[in-house]
Design a protein around this ligand. Structure first.
Ligand code: PLP
Length: 507
């Protein structure tokens, strides 16, 4: 594997910027205010700071070197694969980044008059139309800033729907035990009781348990399909019929739309509302937890409750405007219009891929996941907790239970050792229903050669576990940070950086 070894950066032992600071050093000296009292007018006396802020004081060259060193310590999808299940760490084409940075998009102010931002509004409207086409839904809001935020928005709309019908006493949301933790959190935040539905042997929703849980208390159900095991709920039509018959609505957690995008429309499966993570499927990087977008889509039942403002297109005037004229709306759930940069990237990505391109990306992601699943599950010591004959969608979940029993090397240790093989670890210990879970999502971006490298790394690591298990006590040893001491991280975390001279004072 010809990805760079990060050991040399580790040897540099990059200090914190507060440690290289020297009093009086400056990068750039701003011109002082001409009008002496300009700030004094604006800031009341009691709010004005008495001392200068204690900022790191370094020269420009020191700052540049510091930041470049930090960037070289990092690992990202531009350096190697990140098979992090449930995250869809696909490659984000740079052209989408360039388009989002066009100044007319990037520098637009949210309070500009509509007639001066017609291009941005049109781009947002075009994305809305594209996502409606891809999902089969009739209404959409681009406002939610993340998947979890989209879930909350969706559940609040379900609540508004029941309230409008005088069905306030429906206070339960059903959620399968394989769901992402955000699902029960969102339902609880919207004021609902969460009822957990167990999975069956196949890793799918248990229909009998579902039947038993449905009642006149049911407000709805949140379903992830394909579920977090990468398995498609083949009974989805039946399930959705059962919930509708009980008077509930059905939420689709479509955070990972990659596994069905362009092949099936969720509205056709009977869902009433869904969210999509633009920062997973549609080309916004999200390794560092930057701005995201969890757009929500709804069918006609829920359209009246969508957040405001909504973008409207007046065909006669060829004019895009924002309308607040929806009296039943749940209101605003984000400042202004959502994360516009993410929206532009998604539109650029969709426009460049086209419908068949998106479908190809989906199919390739599924083929890649199944190919890698076959190879990884063939390694002795790893197993598939669910039937290997069930095809997976965009991801699969393996378990290291047999290896752990035999050698004591568990999933956490495998994940750490993978870093020495220059491969980002998969998601581990999720979903919670699988012991020693390794949740792998290779995405469509990776070549067969890279998939073979990943499988080979697993194979080598399992061999090491049997022959040389002491390696795992210190791994990883080739990364910018060595193995972290998890106990002191949890018990004595240092969460604030102190200036070097403050540190001296406290020691
Ligand atoms: C990522 C993810 C979420 C949450 O998305 P955020 O943007 O992190 O809030 C919800 N459900 C599933 C299945 C996910 O993979």
């Amino acid at each position: 594997m010809n990805r760079p070894d990060l050991t040399h950066q580790a040897r540099w032992n990059v200090p914190l910027i507060t440690e290289i600071r020297e009093t009086g050093k400056r990068c750039y000296i701003p011109r002082p205010f001409e009008a002496e009292d300009e700030t004094e007018v604006a800031i009341p006396e009691n709010l004005r700071r008495k001392d200068d802020p204690r900022l790191p004081e370094v020269s420009e060259l020191e700052l540049v070197r510091h930041v470049v060193r930090l960037s070289q310590m990092n690992y990202g999808v531009d350096l190697g694969p990140i098979p992090l299940g449930s995250c869809t760490m696909k490659y984000n084409p740079k052209i989408n980044e360039a388009i989002a940075r066009i100044p007319e998009f990037a520098l637009a102010h949210p309070l500009q008059p509509e007639e001066t931002v017609q291009g941005t509004l049109k781009a947002m409207w075009l994305l809305e139309e594209s996502l409606k086409e891809l999902t089969g839904f009739s209404g959409i809001s681009l406002q939610p800033a993340a998947g979890a935020h989209g879930e909350l928005t969706g559940v609040l709309m379900i609540r508004a729907y029941h309230r409008s019908r005088g069905a306030d006493d429906r206070d339960e949301i059903l959620i399968p035990d394989s769901a992402h933790g955000t699902n029960p959190a969102s339902a609880a935040m919207a004021g609902y009781k969460v009822v957990e539905i167990p999975s069956n042997e196949e890793g799918r929703i248990d229909l009998e348990a579902l039947e038993a849980a449905l009642s006149e208390k049911t407000a709805g159900m949140m379903i992830t399909n394909p579920n977090t095991l990468g398995i498609f709920e083949t009974n989805i039509l039946k399930i959705n019929e059962m919930i509708h018959e009980a008077g509930g609505l059905i939420y689709l957690d479509g955070a990972n739309f990659n596994g069905i995008m362009g092949v099936v429309k969720p509205a056709d499966m009977g869902f009433d509302v869904m969210h999509i993570n633009l920062h997973k499927t549609f080309s916004t990087p999200h390794g560092g937890g930057g701005p995201g977008s969890g757009v929500v889509l709804v069918n006609q039942k829920l359209e009246p409750y969508l957040p405001v403002p909504r973008i409207k297109y007046d065909k006669k005037r060829d004019f895009y405007n924002l309308s607040y004229d929806y009296p039943e709306s749940i209101g605003k759930i984000h400042g202004y219009y959502g994360n516009v940069g993410v929206i532009i990237r998604a539109l650029a990505y969709i426009a460049r891929m086209g419908g068949t391109g998106l479908r190809d990306a989906c199919i390739t992601s599924v083929v890649n996941a199944n190919y890698l699943m076959k190879k990884v599950s063939a390694v002795e010591g790893l197993e598939l907790p669910q039937d290997p004959a069930i095809p997976r969608k965009h991801e699969f979940v393996a378990s290291s239970v047999p290896l752990e029993k035999k050698t004591g090397v568990n999933t956490l240790k495998i994940a750490k050792r993978l870093l020495d093989y220059k491969i980002h670890a998969p998601t581990i210990y999720f979903p919670l229903i699988v012991h020693e879970a390794l949740m792998v999502e290779p995405t469509e971006s990776e070549s067969k050669k890279t998939l073979d490298e990943i499988a080979e790394a697993f194979k080598q690591i399992i061999k090491e576990a049997k022959e040389n298990p002491e390696i795992f006590e210190s791994a990883p040893t080739t990364t910018a940070s060595y193995k972290l001491d998890e106990l002191s991280l949890a018990k004595k975390p240092i969460l604030t950086a102190k200036m070097a001279d403050d540190l001296e004072k406290t020691h």
